[in-house]
Design a protein around this ligand. Structure first.
Ligand code: SF4
Length: 340
């Protein structure tokens, strides 16, 4: 349990002036480079990790200017490992000055055990930090990240973020090593740590997931019962869901949870979010056709006009028998996200 309470989404609205719940999220994400100080076994960019080539600052500023003028209010800096980028504080301050209501980073959290560094990020205007946390115990998380002590570090990082007044949230990558922990994770993050933002990300079957697929892969049909249990727990405990928190799922694997899934279709607000990789910027919906595939059976599905289809790497390994076309839209699990 942290000595300092975690900032909730409601605190963030009040403290940072984020738009009220119910407002559309107009977000942009910029990948600053591929260098990383962890070696996550499932990483989809494993082959890139050694190259410490960062985007030029002029290009980053140019993107920030453009996106601010387009009315985006949330910018996320990611990598690789974004805290290795030497100009992070500078560009975060710049984004804040250009009017972004929220400046967020995605990180493995390793550098955040240093409170002075976390404090500097707060001064620079970073208001939410999404930490990778892939287990409810050290053996699981440390092994998945291949960094001894990473689990304890994540708790120290969360404590430092709470103390510095930055909102902490977590990303959990679902693999064979941790999928049964999803309900326990909901309890740890939502009840023990009081964090209102966390995301279950079904791993993409590329990079490390393909190399390790014999040991790391898990089928949707095996993982979804644990996911349902996690959500039932959250419902009973009144744990708030800020926004869509299931990544790389498709409606047919858990039809009643479609309202909690992001990135499955080209009609949701997240589909027009933009992601900058290297010198190129693309809408999210443009990048999915490369990694997803439409099965012949998808044609008869009620979601066929909106769904990208399942992850193509997954289908190569496990086939398509789990993706059963739906003849009607299922009633949603009674959970309303705060932001659409
Ligand atoms: S059957 Fe195909 S179109 Fe329908 S939800 Fe599943 S993946 Fe999407």
């Amino acid at each position: 349990m942290s000595r300092y309470p975690a900032l909730t989404i409601f605190d963030a609205v009040k403290k940072f002036g984020w738009p009220e719940p119910g407002s559309p999220i107009i977000s942009r994400e910029l990948l600053l480079g591929d260098a990383c100080n962890a070696r996550c076994v499932f990483c989809c960019a494993k082959d890139l990790q050694k190259k410490a080539v960062w985007l030029p600052e002029s290009l980053i500023r140019e993107r920030i200017d453009k996106w601010a003028s387009e009315g985006a209010w949330l910018v996320t800096f990611s990598g690789g490992e974004v805290t290795l980028y030497p100009g992070l504080e500078k560009i975060s301050s710049y984004a804040k000055k250009r009017g972004f209501k929220s400046v967020q980073i995605l990180t493995n959290g390793l550098k955040l055990r240093d409170y002075d560094y976390v404090r500097r990020l707060a001064v620079a205007g970073i208001d939410e930090v999404k930490i990778s946390l892939h287990g409810t115990d050290a053996a699981t998380h440390d092994w998945l990240m291949q960094v001894p002590g990473a689990f304890d570090n994540a708790f120290i990082a969360t404590e430092n973020l709470n103390r510095a007044g930055i909102k902490a949230s977590f990303n959990f990558a679902v693999t064979s090593r941790n999928y049964m922990q999803m309900p326990l994770f909901a309890r740890m993050a939502g009840s023990r740590l009081g964090v209102t933002g966390f995301c279950f990300m079904f791993s993409f079957y590329s990079g490390g997931m393909l190399e390790e697929a014999g040991g790391l892969g898990v089928k949707y049909s095996a993982a979804v019962p644990y996911l349902r249990l996690a959500l039932r727990y959250m419902k009973v405990k009144n744990i708030v869901i800020e926004s869509k928190m299931l990544s790389n799922f498709v409606p047919c694997v858990a039809p009643e949870l479609t309202n909690l899934m992001s990135d499955w279709g080209f009609s949701g607000p997240e589909a027009v979010s933009q992601v900058g990789i290297g010198g190129k910027v693309r809408e999210v919906k443009e990048s999915y056709p490369e990694r997803k595939t439409r099965l012949p059976s998808c044609a008869g599905c009620v979601y066929a006009d909106r769904c990208y289809g399942p992850d193509s790497g997954y289908v190569k390994i496990y086939g398509g028998s789990e993706f059963i076309p739906q003849d009607k839209e299922e009633k949603n699990f009674p959970y309303k996200t705060l932001y659409p």
